[in-house]
Design a protein around this ligand. Structure first.
Ligand code: IPD
Ligand code: CA
Ligand code: CA
Length: 277
C-alpha cells in the first residue's frame, strides 16, 4: 500500500494497537479487582476519572513511545502529546486513545468498560481496536479489511424500518446538555422498538457493527470515544456520519446500516438532536 509510509500500513498499525490495547485492558481489569481508587471529578460532579484511567493512558503512551517514537498521541486524560517535535508532518500517525470508555460502569462494577485505541493518518482512522476489559471481547478493523470479532467477520443488522429498530444512545455529563438529550429521546422512544443506554460509546458502535444494536446516535462525543468504534462500524458496512452531510463529530455521531441511516438521520434532524447545550 504505497499511500502509507514505511511500516505504517493499516495491518501493521493494527497489530501494534491490539498488543498495546490487550496489555492496557489487563491493567484496567486488574486495577478494578484491587478496588477503584483516587476518584476525582472533571467537567461536572458526575464526570469522574480514576487512578486506573490515568495509569492505563500512561501505560499506552509509554508503550507507543517506545515502539514508535515519531508518532503523535491524543488521549482523553493527558491530551495531545506529539513526539518528538511539536508539528506533525503529513503522513504522521496519530494514536487516539480512550483508556477507559465507560468510567461510570467501571466505578460501579458493571461489566462494560473498554479500552479504545485507533491509529489515524492525516485525520483518517486506518486501524482500530476496542476491548471490553471486563469480558475480554475484542473488536478490530484495519481500513479496507473489514471488521472482526474473535475471528468472525462482522455485518450489521438487516432491519429496514425504524419502528422495529433497537437504538443505542448516550448522554453527556453536563445537566443542560442532558435536558435537551432527554427531550429528544422522549420523542424518539415512541418511534423505535426501544432504546439502550449501555454507557460506553465505543461498545455501542461495535454493537451496531455486529448487529446487537440496529443503530446508535449521540451528541457530544470526543474523538477518543468514536475513532476506533467508528472505523469498526464503517468496515462492517455501517454508515457513520453527522447530520446534513457533516462528518461524525462533536455535534452528532449517527451509525446505522444504510437502510436505516436516512430515516434515523431525518428523525434526528426533525427533533433537533444536535441542538441544545
Ligand atoms: C462516555 C461514555 C458514554 C457516553 C459519554 C462518554 P467516558 O465516556 O462513552 O457512553 O454517553 O458521552 O463521555 O467518560 O466513560 O470515557
Ligand atoms: Ca469515553
Ligand atoms: Ca474515558
Amino acid at each position: 500500500m504505497s499511500e502509507f509510509r514505511g511500516t505504517s500500513t493499516p495491518d501493521e498499525l493494527l497489530v501494534i494497537a491490539v498488543r498495546v490495547a490487550r496489555d492496557a485492558a489487563a491493567t484496567a481489569r486488574r486495577m478494578r479487582t484491587e478496588g477503584v481508587t483516587d476518584v476525582q471529578t472533571k467537567s461536572t460532579s458526575t464526570d469522574v476519572v480514576t487512578a486506573a484511567d490515568k495509569a492505563v493512558e500512561r501505560q499506552v503512551i509509554d508503550a507507543l513511545r517506545a515502539e514508535r517514537p515519531r508518532d503523535a498521541v491524543l488521549g482523553e486524560e493527558y491530551g495531545d502529546s506529539i513526539t518528538p517535535e511539536s508539528t506533525p508532518e503529513a503522513g504522521t500517525v496519530r494514536w487516539v486513545l480512550d483508556p477507559i470508555d465507560g468510567t461510570v460502569n467501571y466505578l460501579y462494577g458493571l461489566p462494560a468498560y473498554a479500552v479504545s485505541l485507533a491509529a489515524e493518518i492525516d485525520g483518517v482512522a486506518v486501524a482500530g481496536v476496542v476491548i471490553n476489559a471486563a469480558t475480554g471481547a475484542e473488536w478490530t478493523a484495519a481500513r479496507g479489511g473489514g471488521a472482526w470479532r474473535d475471528g468472525r467477520r462482522l455485518t450489521p443488522s438487516v432491519r429496514t424500518t425504524l419502528d422495529q429498530a433497537l437504538v443505542g444512545t448516550g448522554f453527556g455529563y453536563d445537566a443542560r446538555r442532558r435536558a435537551h438529550q432527554g427531550a429528544v429521546v422522549a420523542q424518539l422512544i415512541t418511534r423505535v422498538r426501544d432504546i439502550r443506554r449501555i454507557g460506553v460509546a465505543s461498545l455501542d458502535l461495535c454493537s451496531v457493527a455486529e448487529g446487537t444494536l440496529d443503530a446508535y446516535y449521540e451528541k457530544g462525543l470526543n474523538p477518543w470515544d468514536h475513532a476506533a468504534g467508528g472505523l469498526i462500524a464503517t468496515e462492517a458496512g455501517v454508515t457513520v456520519g453527522g447530520l446534513r452531510g457533516a462528518p461524525a463529530g462533536l455535534d452528532m455521531v449517527v451509525a446505522a446500516p444504510p437502510a436505516l441511516f436516512a430515516p434515523l438521520h431525518d428523525l434526528l434532524v426533525e427533533l433537533d438532536a444536535a441542538g441544545g447545550a
